[in-house]
Design a protein around this ligand. Structure first.
Ligand code: HEC
Length: 187
């Protein structure tokens, strides 16, 4: 192998790109299976777009909202769970969140791990449309979707001799039948 260094470089580069993709997929899976449902079930009632009163002006339904935080400042410090108010609150250190009862150790650990990995909040394409990473509806992306386009009158292509539409020998061996009588029923 004369070009060994170049080959090695290509192998290493491909490997690290693949690892990068793998890591992102793992983080997305982790977030979607452990973190998003946990926040939705235990916090959205008081800290989200759908809450009647958004307590402490904090929303936890998007990364941007968490970084903006509530009246006490940012709720998370990506990479630093111990300094994150959200983590302190679920550990019942200063505040006690959720107020109705402490999360399980596994749930708290999942949140800690998520903040540790930088609190990734992948975009999610859901029935309600494309969402940006902070959970907002991405209008620009949504409006380019066909479902948002006005209905247009389309003119179908001319049909002509049906058999001519089939390429090659097909049209040689098959012939259309005569139009059936209007009373005929084919089985
Ligand atoms: C039943 C309503 C309710 C639920 C559910 C709830 N919270 Fe809260 N949250 C509050 C209230 C009320 C405050 C304000 C407490 C205070 O200021 O003393 C608050 C404040 C906070 C704060 C401080 C924000 C700031 O800047 O002042 C954090 C962080 C927080 N909640 C996180 C959470 C998390 C995470 C969950 C889910 C695991 C959760 N909360 C679930 C009612 C709720």
């Amino acid at each position: 192998m004369r070009n060994f260094p170049a080959t090695l470089a290509i192998i290493l580069l491909t490997g690290s790109v693949l690892l990068g993709v793998r890591r992102t997929t793992d983080q997305t899976e982790f977030f979607e299976s452990k973190v998003r449902p946990l926040l939705a079930r235990n916090c959205y009632q008081c800290h989200s777009e759908q809450a009647k009163i958004v307590y402490s002006n904090l929303r936890v339904d998007g990364r941007g909202a968490l970084l903006d935080g509530g009246t006490r400042g940012p709720a998370i410090v990506p990479g630093d769970p111990n300094s994150s108010q959200l983590i302190q609150a679920v550990r019942y250190e200063n505040l006690e969140m959720p107020p109705t009862g402490r999360l399980s150790e596994n749930q708290i650990e999942a949140l800690v791990e998520w903040v540790e990995m930088g609190a990734p909040w992948p975009d999610l394409e859901v029935a309600g449309g494309v969402r940006t990473s902070d959970g907002q509806s991405n209008m620009a992306a949504n409006q380019s979707h066909w479902a948002w386009k006005p209905v247009e009158k389309a003119s179908p292509p001319p049909v002509g001799d049906t058999m001519k539409r089939f390429p090659g020998d097909f049209s040689q061996s098959l012939r259309p039948r005569k139009p059936a009588a209007s009373t005929a029923i084919e089985i």
